[in-house]
Write a protein of this length. Structure first.
Length: 180
């Protein structure tokens, strides 16, 4: 018998001063049995940091090869932003960059280990694709605080991220890298 996803609920107060985005969010995040808590937290943070009209978690979940973990669709249903998590391969990023107007990658891993396999590979508009990383100790500590029902405040100012998760505060810089 296959294991089913665990659903986590997040009540999030988002204050992204850098982008002028202030929003209260009620999110249900399904965590696939093969998904780590760190990956799920990175997926949640990417959703918050990319928040705009039309944003959604992909319908296929983390196991989908046709869609990213987070995406933005316009009113016609076309994908306008492809937001991937972790360490996607060059072929996936290349296809994403041809499909969507904007591509971004968020990782909870060492950014060099994400970027090195992509160096020199054929990736459409590679120079325009940001790779955002969070400090590993931040991700480890914050993911340990995730429960089934969560209350969070996500604040961003000058690419500094502060996360209050269930009454425990965490902070880190959002580092931006580029594919070369």
């Amino acid at each position: 018998m296959a294991l089913s996803a665990t659903v986590h609920t997040f009540t999030v107060q988002l204050a992204d001063v850098d982008r002028g985005v202030y929003q209260d969010l009620e999110l249900r995040v399904a965590r696939h049995p093969s998904e780590t808590a760190e990956f799920m937290l990175t997926r949640l943070l990417a959703y918050c940091l990319e928040y705009e009209d039309g944003i959604a978690f992909s319908s296929g979940g983390v196991s989908s090869t046709d869609e990213p973990a987070v995406l933005v669709r316009d009113l016609t249903g076309r994908i306008t932003a492809w937001i991937d998590i972790g360490a996607p391969d060059a072929d996936r990023i290349h296809r994403a960059a041809k499909l969507a107007d904007r591509v971004a990658i968020y990782t909870h891993r060492d950014p060099e280990k994400v970027l090195t396999p992509l160096t020199g590979k054929r990736i459409h508009r590679a120079e325009s694709i940001p790779v955002f990383s969070f400090d590993r100790s931040f991700v480890d500590a914050a993911s340990a605080a995730v429960e089934r029902r969560n209350t969070a405040t996500v604040s961003v100012t000058e690419r500094e991220l502060f996360l209050d998760l269930n009454g425990t505060g965490f902070g880190t810089s959002i580092e931006e890298h580029r594919i070369s």
